[in-house]
Write a protein that binds this ligand. Structure first.
Ligand SMILES: Cc1cc2nc3c(=O)[nH]c(=O)nc-3n(C[C@H](O)[C@H](O)[C@H](O)COP(=O)(O)O)c2cc1C
Length: 147
């Protein structure tokens, strides 16, 4: 199975979630490619069985421009995309919290709820990442994606 984590991060929080996911997947003997959006050639996501896509939220619940450009470059809607992200409830409360995650879940018709982390996943929120990943892997198995 081919797995990739693509993420966009300015100040490191989304990157920390991506790194945690990578470590946890590798602990489960799942090899992972990493792609930091904005650096180097955009990978061909259609070559992957399982795709993790991470973003922060910006400007009143918006998806960052770099993520929009990435989505355009990818083109179309690859299957089996699972979305995660970092946000901050201080910017507009629950309605706008990690709204870019909501938008990407809708765009890619992701069949599993997105993961929303308040800033850094360090500390108690690491559990949320683990639980979410377990759920994603269960979901993928249910779809006969070998993990
Ligand atoms: C100008 C600005 C606007 C923001 N707007 C939102 C927002 O609408 N919703 C949200 O959940 N977080 C918002 N945030 C918080 C960031 O998404 C949050 O700090 C995130 O952890 C940054 O991720 P990164 O460290 O991966 O860059 C905003 C942050 C800044 C600086």
């Amino acid at each position: 199975m081919k797995t990739i984590i693509c993420y966009l991060s300015y100040s490191g929080n989304t990157e920390e979630i991506a790194d945690l996911l990578k470590v946890k997947l590798e602990t489960d003997d799942i090899d992972v490619d990493m792609y930091c959006i904005g650096y180097g050639v955009v990978p061909n996501l259609y070559e992957y069985d399982l795709i993790f896509l991470g973003t922060f939220t910006w400007d009143k619940g918006s998806t960052p421009e770099e993520m929009k450009d990435f989505v355009k470059e990818v083109g179309g809607k690859p299957k089996n995309v699972y979305i995660f992200g970092s946000g901050d409830t201080q910017f507009g409360g629950d309605n706008l919290f990690c709204n870019a995650v909501n938008k990407l879940v809708r765009f890619y018709n992701s069949e599993y709820p997105g993961l929303k982390i308040e800033q850094s996943p360090r500390g108690s929120q690491e559990q949320l990442v683990s639980k979410w990943l377990e759920g994603v892997l269960e979901h993928a198995k249910g779809k006969n994606i070998r993990t």
